[in-house]
Design a binder for this molecule. Structure first.
Ligand SMILES: Nc1ncnc2c1ncn2[C@@H]1O[C@H](COP(=O)(O)OP(=O)(O)OP(=O)(O)O)[C@@H](O)[C@H]1O
Length: 251
C-alpha cells in the first residue's frame, strides 16, 4: 500500500554544514516524483532523510519532521530499521550481494522479517515480475547475481527492495551507471512500480524526469525552489532559477 510522504520544515546538516534548508513538500502516493537540481544541491541528502539514512553519515543531523502516511519518521520511539523496511532504496550503482544467486538476492531482506519465509519462490517471482526482470531470469534463478548485466542487476536490486513490500521506493540516480538500453528498461520498471508505490527518483537527467515522473521537485543549494507537475515545471516554470536550470544555463 502506497502512502504519501509529507516533509515538514526539514533541515539536514553534516556537522556545521547545512545541506538542506527548511524543506516542506508532500510527495503523493502512486506517483513518481523526480528530484532534480545541480550537483551538490542536496538531492541525495533529501531522500536519505526520508528513510533515516542521513543520520548514519558522520555528523549527520536532521530537524523538522517527515510523515509516512500518519507515522512521524522522526518520532521519539520510532525504530529506524522499521522505517527502512517501509521505505526501500536503490542506489546509483547496482549492489547485489555478490555471493548470492539471483533468487537469493531477491529474498535476502525477508530473512530479517519474522514469519515471512514460507514461500520464497513465489515472493521472488512476484518481485521479479514487478521489477520487469522475471522473463529474463526465470530459467536461471540459481545463477550468481553477478552473471547478470548491469541493467539487469539494477532491476534485481529493485526486485530486492520490493520483496519486503515497502510503501515507498527511493531511487537515487538508478540509471547513472547504465547504458541507454538498460536505462530504458529501468525506466519502464519505474513506471510500472509507480502504480503501487510512492516513488522518489533522484536524477541528473532532465529528459528522464520528463519521461517517467508526474511531479518534479527542483532543488538549489539545499533549498526546494519549485515543486510542480512535471509537464508544467518543464514547460512553464514559475521560478527564474528553475528555468535557468532546465534550459542548461547552469548545473
Ligand atoms: N558525508 C558528507 N560530509 C560532508 N558534506 C557532505 C557529505 N555528503 C554530502 N555533503 C555535502 O552536502 C551537500 C549536498 O550533497 P548531496 O550529495 O545531497 O547533493 P546531490 O544533489 O545529491 O549531489 P550529486 O548530484 O552530485 O549526487 C553538498 O554540498 C555535499 O558536498
Amino acid at each position: 500500500m502506497a502512502v504519501p510522504v509529507r516533509v515538514e520544515h526539514l533541515n539536514a546538516a553534516f556537522g556545521a554544514f547545512q545541506a538542506l534548508h527548511d524543506v516542506t513538500i508532500t510527495l503523493p502516493a502512486q506517483t513518481v516524483t523526480a528530484v532534480i537540481g545541480p550537483s551538490g544541491c542536496g538531492k541525495s541528502t533529501f531522500v536519505r532523510c526520508i528513510n533515516r539514512m542521513h543520520e548514519e553519515s558522520p555528523g549527520g543531523r536532521v530537524s523538522g519532521q517527515v510523515f509516512l502516511g500518519d507515522e512521524p519518521v522522526y518520532g521519539p520511539d520510532v525504530d529506524p530499521v522499521r522505517i527502512r523496511r517501509r521505505v526501500g532504496m536503490v542506489f546509483q550503482r547496482p549492489n547485489p550481494f555478490p555471493t548470492l544467486s539471483i533468487l537469493g538476492n531477491v529474498v535476502a531482506g525477508l530473512a530479517l522479517l519474522p514469519g515471512r519465509h514460507r514461500n520464497l519462490e513465489a515472493i521472488a517471482e512476484r518481485s521479479l515480475r514487478q521489477a520487469g526482470l522475471w522473463d529474463e531470469v526465470k530459467d536461471r534463478l540459481y545463477d550468481p547475481a553477478l552473471s547478470l548485466s548491469g541493467g539487469q542487476q539494477q532491476r534485481l536490486c529493485i526486485a530486492r527492495a520490493l520483496a519486503v513490500e515497502p510503501e515507498v521506493l527511493l531511487l537515487d540516480e538508478p540509471c547513472s551507471s547504465l547504458d541507454p538500453i538498460s536505462s530504458g528498461k529501468v525506466e519502464e520498471t519505474i513506471l510500472q512500480v509507480a502504480e503501487r508505490y510512492t516513488v522518489v527518483l533522484v536524477t541528473h537527467n532532465v529528459q528522464q524526469a520528463t519521461r517517467v515522473s508526474q511531479m518534479t521537485a527542483f532543488f538549489l543549494l539545499g533549498h526546494l525552489i519549485e515543486f510542480a507537475p512535471t509537464e508544467q515545471l518543464f514547460t512553464n516554470p514559475s521560478h527564474e532559477q528553475t528555468e535557468a536550470y532546465i534550459t542548461g544555463r547552469f548545473g
